[in-house]
Design a binder for this molecule. Sequence first.
Ligand code: PMP
Length: 297
Amino acid sequence: MSEQWIYLNGEFVEKKDAKVSVYDHGFLYGDGVFEGIRVYEGNVFRLQEHLDRLYNSAKSIMLSIPHTKEEMKKLVVKTLQKNHLSNAYIRLVISRGVGNLGLDPASCSTPQVIIIAEELALFPKELYESGLEIVTVATRRNRPDVLSPKVKSLNYLNNILVKIEASLAGVSEALMLNDQGYVAEGSADNVFIVKGKELLTPPGYVGALEGITRNAIIEFARDLGYAVKEEPFTRHDVYVADEVFLTGTAAEVIAVVKVDGRVIGEGKPGKETKCLLETFRNRVVLEGEKVYKDTLK
Ligand code: PMP
């Protein structure tokens, strides 16, 4: 296998040499922001939206990214080119940088910029055919007034606890509720339920991240004639839905066939989920920011 090159603060270094200081506040305190992005057949999918979210997250935590969005687009493309990748998952990380042991970010002089690109399938291929079994976990979504779920920060402990609870229950993904008991989202994916030709997904204020895949699915579904509502729902609504599916950059679109032991629909990926997955697979290739292709011209 050829080497993997990581963009690290202005240069490309081999994966084995891509190291950051133990005094980096991203490491010490989860102080930083990140994005997960995908490139399909050379099209970086919705790069602008991902960068808008990244820069908004950074603004919210008063972290100044040392590049413009245009520069960042070019760096993403360069990382793909350097690694000869046209279908990949891209991880963009901006940490507060190296400081002292105190919490105060004023001790950190320069944010660190890291871009990793590699092939990634979050779940084995078979699970996209058979669908996932999931559970609801006790870990609640961060309250928006404590740490806004809109900030995609490096503090993902709450989501990691969800993963731990899921694997203790013998499944690979789980649903989190918000503090009022409404369904928020998965560990790193959004949730949709299907009732006939109607789709429902929790609104941002329930505590879900407004996922870029979620927003794309809302748009694609409306184009196909589905009614899509963003409104709160409970576990009961999930149990009695015709279909349930998850969306996310890493997960893409994946059917859920069992929740907390309740079989969803017929216990296999439903008609509407399959249709949306197929549409998603086609449109991500056709669409996207054609940045990568354009830069290659
Ligand atoms: N929720 C959380 C908590 C996430 O981390 C992610 C992944 N970014 C998502 C939802 C899905 O968002 P997107 O479709 O933008 O990847």
